[in-house]
Design a protein around this ligand. Structure first.
Ligand code: PHE
Length: 358
């Protein structure tokens, strides 16, 4: 291996300056490692220069040794200073990027609130289950026959137009979005033998515009009782109990004559207005019942024998009653909610005040 040449003073300065520039340019600890090898390692230009001193005339060696020694000292200092800076910066970065905020809450995810339509359906189910009834279900996409024909609403029955129907394509499939929960009556009678005591809460669909008081999707709860010797009196007693369980012991219902093809006789049922309770002096100014003293709650009646026959129940042996109430208006009326759409918007600020129970 050839002996390295002795450097001039200018060259030593240049080597030192190059080293310092490279050191200052180092950004990461890895950069610094490389710079240290290049400029202060055994094979660095200054180390090689140091080895060349031996070639100089004796009288020049001392100065050359001092010059190179100072240059190497300056490089060491620059390395130490830059290392301290880079280490501090890396630590700073790690503190920020790898920060774990131990104070961050981990278990306070907003849990939302149960929707009043859910809680009222469960409340109604509880009331009836407590009387020994069962909860039945049916599909929302329903056979035309079950939604209409089985309920004594033949194809040309004028009452079909009372229920503006969403038809499901293709037309020949004869399927509809159920316009009421009453097809569950037919399903239950076709499926099982009396005695039957069932309720069915659920979604129903009609081609109504969506506005403050109408919605194409709304909710009903259907009730059906089939047994020996059931009459309109049992219907009235059941509905009074139902209304009192929801609105309190002083609640009463009243029947108004009405017509449904699947019940005979049929009635509209009203609740005593739960705000003014029909009290003289208050009723006239009551906004909830608009001065009536009563608010509409639903339809009901004694099951038409034609429906019993269509659904395989012997009308000589059994009779029954049925009712259907609207849940959405029950809620908007009860809580004085002016806009029905609030029920369907899914805004958590609406559901939250209802808490867990209706
Ligand atoms: N299905 C009727 C409606 O949607 C309500 C009803 C149910 C009436 C049961 C009588 C008996 O309007």
């Amino acid at each position: 291996m050839s002996t390295p040449a002795a450097p001039t003073a200018d060259e030593v300065d240049r080597l030192r300056d190059e080293a310092v520039v490279a050191i200052d340019a180092a950004v990461t600890l890895a950069d610094l490692k490389q710079v240290r090898l290049d400029h202060s390692g055994d094979k660095s230009p200054l180390a090689l220069a140091n080895r060349g001193i031996g070639q100089l005339p004796t009288e020049d060696r001392k100065d050359a040794g001092r010059l190179i020694g100072q240059a190497r000292g300056a490089v060491q200092q620059a390395l130490a200073a830059r290392t301290a800076e880079v280490e501090a910066a890396e630590e700073e970065r790690a503190l920020i990027e790898e920060r774990v905020d131990v104070t961050l809450p981990w278990d306070v995810e907003p849990v939302g609130a149960r929707h009043p339509l859910t809680t009222i359906q469960e409340h109604v189910a509880d009331i009836f289950v407590a009387m020994g009834w069962e909860v039945a279900e049916g599909p929302e996409v329903e056979a035309e026959w079950l939604n209409f024909d089985a309920l004594n609403l033949g194809p040309d029955h004028p009452a079909r137009t009372m229920q503006d129907t969403f038809w499901v394509s293709p037309e020949k499939a004869a399927m509809v979005l159920r316009t009421h929960t009453s097809p569950v009556q037919a399903r239950t009678m076709l499926d099982r033998e009396p005695p039957l005591y069932v309720i069915c809460p659920g979604r129903v669909f009609r081609t109504d515009e969506l506005d403050a008081t109408h919605s194409p999707v709304f909710h009903q709860v259907e009730g059906l009782a089939i047994d020996e010797g059931l009459s309109m009196a049992h219907l009235k007693g059941t509905l009074d109990h139902f209304a009192q369980a929801i609105y309190g012991d002083d609640m009463v219902t009243r029947f108004r004559p009405s017509y449904f093809p699947f019940t005979e006789p049929s009635a509209e049922m009203d609740l005593l207005c739960y705000v003014c309770k029909g009290r003289p002096g208050e009723v006239a100014a009551c906004r909830t019942c608009r001065g009536e003293g009563w608010v509409e709650w639903g339809g009901c009646g004694v099951v038409n024998p034609r429906v019993l026959i269509a659904c395989g129940v012997d009308p000589e042996k059994y009779s029954g009653f049925a009712f259907g109430i609207g849940l959405d208006r029950t809620i908007t009326g009860r809580y004085d909610i002016a806009d029905l759409r609030d029920l369907f918007d899914g805004d958590i600020r609406f559901t939250q005040p209802f808490g867990v129970e209706l």
